[in-house]
Design a protein around this ligand. Structure first.
Ligand SMILES: [Zn+2]
Length: 758
């Protein structure tokens, strides 16, 4: 069919005419109404102000008229954003043409210079930046210009645009950055603020003031060029030092409050005036100080950041939340929140594999092969290796978990099944594991999937709570603008993730200082003077380092690493996070020691053979007490000849004899220096002469071979006898001697010394 030209022309004209006609429609004035004054206060659990959100998106802070704004603000805004404002009718045609040309060349919407009118329209109805949205914006801007005077558009602009850091409108911005009303701003301050709305996040002065200051100078120069200020005024403004006020006075627990605000719905933000969060502000400050202190200690290992979260087990309250060393340190990406960053947790997921194993009928005394093996995996056969690159033979489940052996963990997962572990981790709130289970395969138990510190702490809290899972809680109460208690969604009811008996056995293993000795030695920072369960984890290539643990009262999660993924040097879960974990736990329990974990019903104790896991006989050289879920305790009595077993295993190179007596064997005792000794570096002597000769007693050590010397967990030397020369460097150190014998390695008690600088 042939389209008749006249009909086509007529319909085109009608469509174009109709579109043009809509421009004559007035802009709906109701959209310009300033809303109620809205500011949202977040307090800690005792009412201490953490943060006041001066306004929120879509909301307004303090609506001001043009007469309440310094004239310099208006001039600077025109110079920075729209110098033809009083000439155009909503659109600046040369800018439109330029933007269209750039769009055509780049094939996408690049930011064209928008007029103030366009920006007002965009702030009232934000839309994704598509070409269609741009056209709609232009259409609305023209209608706005036809409906209200220029002064009203300027007022709308100054009250609506974001100046960064949740400050919407010039009044909120003036009060945030300079602690003064917008009427009192100087020319220099006005130019500074006027240049912020273009890219409030990129030129955030709290992260790096340089870009914002550069734009301020450009704005002042433009004001002078346009004749808006006299040259001498401009010179004075350029010379004026700006006192940008820090946000910290009303911006405590910045990562926590930011995370919380991002969870609120628009409606909640608009209707609530005050929210009492669960945070404990004094505790938060102390935790932040501990983070800074420990990062100084770790700086020489290339560690630049850390994160801590503290949960109250009773109600899941978040008591402390430090997302980085310093939120306001842009150089170290301080605003990145280490509590919410998904990273590989390494061994920190192993307890959940073993919990499932217990529920599947294995016991803490079940022997698991820790030997070279291949496991089927999606990406081909998988051969796990241990952290110490050795295999440990058949080990009891308790030792396998406490010593964090990788091969045993994968062997156990083989029994449990990847799908079951995956489903359990998801049920425990690890939403970051978003791929299907086959994607992770057997490596899931070794922590190859990425999870957040908050997710880890949340899951461990279920163990601390005797097996019931409950997500963490951010708030205690909320109030609307009339101080009426508001309604926030109530937290979901706790649900059972493990039986109380399973949770108790896992807790008992994670709190067992003796059981982790073969892998981690004596004097671990995880050994606290009260019952405390803890597990460490290290991701591949030493990029991330975790310790998560709990007492009956609190669950604490710690991450240490670098936001840019740079690996750390010689940092293990024990040396990296362990001391910080220890200090946070000691801080939490400074006034009140935690209760012991309560033994639930349905558990029985039996004495078993440490080698076979069977009921101990009189011939077994090493016996241990073990806990069993009633009905799973061993029924057979060990019939292995202990001596034969010893003889066979004694030849294993550097292997630890599994028949380990439950009391610590006599280790090499350091005779010099004495515990608590203080040395001073001599300012006169050359450094190479500043040495001491350390001495240790080797009495009672059978088949002694070599003595290893450890300074702060790292091996500093090995000697064939009991003496070793140590170069003094200022600092505090823990010295430990470990004897390598034909029957394994034996550590002696540590000695702490202090070396003072010259
Ligand atoms: Zn035995």
């Amino acid at each position: 069919m042939i389209v008749r030209p006249r009909a086509w022309l007529l319909s085109s004209l009608l469509i174009v005419g109709g579109l043009v006609g809509t421009i004559l429609l007035p802009y709906p004035k109701s959209r310009l109404a300033p809303g109620a004054l809205v500011s949202l206060r977040l307090t800690d659990r005792n009412g201490v102000l953490l943060r006041e959100v001066l306004s929120e998106s879509g909301g307004r802070s303090r609506w001001v008229t043009l007469s309440e704004v310094s004239p310099d603000v208006i001039k600077a805004t025109l110079a920075a954003e729209d110098r033809n404002f009083f000439l155009h009718r909503g659109l600046h045609l040369p800018s439109v043409v330029r933007a269209l040309w750039q769009n055509a060349r780049q094939g996408r919407v690049v930011s064209g210079a928008s007029t103030l009118s366009q920006q007002v329209v965009r702030n009232i109805e934000p839309r994704p930046r598509t070409l269609g949205a741009k056209l709609r914006e232009a259409w609305l801007a023209i209608r706005l210009e036809r409906s209200v005077p220029k002064e009203e558009i300027l007022t709308q602009y100054l009250n609506r645009v974001p100046y960064g850091n949740q400050a919407f409108g010039i009044e909120a911005a003036a009060r945030l950055y300079f602690r003064k009303p917008a009427s009192d701003l100087s020319l220099a301050e006005a130019a500074f603020l006027a240049a912020l709305p273009r890219s409030p996040s990129q030129s955030n002065p709290y992260h790096d003031p340089a870009p914002a200051l550069r734009r301020q100078r450009e704005t002042i120069a433009a004001m002078r060029r346009l004749g808006l200020v006299r040259p001498d005024e401009a010179d004075r403004a350029l010379a004026e030092p700006l006192a940008i006020r820090p946000p910290s006075e009303s911006f405590r627990a910045p990562h926590f409050t930011t995370a919380f605000l991002s969870r609120l719905t628009e409606k909640e933000r608009a209707s609530l005036a005050e929210i009492q969060t669960t945070l404990d502000a004094p505790l938060q400050e102390k935790v932040e100080a501990l983070v800074r202190g420990h990062l100084e200690r770790l700086a020489r290992s290339g560690v630049r950041n850390a994160a801590v979260v503290v949960l109250d087990n009773a109600g899941g309250d978040i008591l402390a939340w430090a997302g980085s060393r310093d939120y306001f340190d842009a150089g170290a990406s301080g605003q990145v929140d280490g509590v919410l960053s998904a990273r590989q947790p390494g061994s920190a997921l192993k307890p959940f594999t073993y919990a499932l194993a217990l529920e599947a009928g294995m016991t803490a005394a079940t022997l698991i092969d820790d030997a070279p093996a291949e496991f089927a995996a999606a990406g081909g056969p998988y051969r796990p290796e241990n952290y110490d690159r050795r295999y440990h033979g058949r080990v009891r489940l308790r030792s396998a978990l406490a010593c964090s052996y990788n091969v045993s963990a994968v062997a156990t997962l083989d029994v449990v099944g990847v799908e079951r572990l995956y489903r359990q981790l998801r049920d425990l709130g690890m939403d970051s594991l978003s791929e299907p289970p086959g994607f992770y395969g057997a490596g899931l138990t070794l922590g190859n999937g990425e999870v957040t510190l908050l997710e880890l702490a949340r899951a461990y809290m279920a163990l601390a709570r005797g097996g019931t899972f409950m997500p963490e809680r951010f708030t205690l109460a909320s109030f609307d603008h009339e101080r009426r208690e508001g309604a926030l969604p109530s937290p979901p009811a706790p649900k059972r993730a493990f039986s109380a008996a399973t949770a108790f056995i896992i807790t008992d293993i994670l709190a067992d200082a003796d059981a982790r000795v073969p892998a981690f030695g004596y004097g671990s920072p995880l050994n606290l003077p009260f019952p405390c369960a803890a597990k460490t984890g290290t991701s591949k290539d030493y990029r991330d380092n975790w310790t998560v643990g709990y007492t009956t009262d609190y669950t604490v999660g710690i991450w240490v690493g670098n936001f840019d993924g740079r690996p750390m040097e010689n940092v293990s879960g024990i040396t990296g996070c362990g001391p910080l974990f220890r200090d946070v736990m000691l801080l939490l329990h400074r006034e009140r020691r935690p209760a012991a974990f309560t033994l639930p019903e349905g558990l029985v104790r039996r004495t078993v053979c440490a080698t076979t896991g069977d009921l101990a006989s009189a011939a077994c050289p090493a016996r241990v007490e073990e806990l069993f879920i009633a009905g799973t305790e061993p029924l057979l009595v060990c019939d292995r000849q202990g001596d034969a077993q010893e003889a066979r295993l004694a030849d294993r190179p550097a292997g630890r004899a599994p028949h380990r007596p439950s009391a610590a064997p006599p280790g090499p005792r350091i005779l010099f220096p004495e515990d608590g000794a203080v040395f001073q570096v001599d300012p006169v002597l050359r450094a190479e002469y500043q040495k001491i000769r350390c001495r240790a007693s080797l009495d009672g050590l059978d088949d002694f071979r070599v003595l290893e010397w450890y300074i702060d967990e790292s091996r500093a030397g090995a000697t064939p006898g009991g003496t070793w020369v140590w170069n003094l460097q200022p600092g505090s150190y823990t010295i430990r001697a470990v004897a390598v014998t034909g029957r394994g390695r034996v550590a002696g008690p540590p000695v702490r010394v202090t070396v003072l600088g010259p």
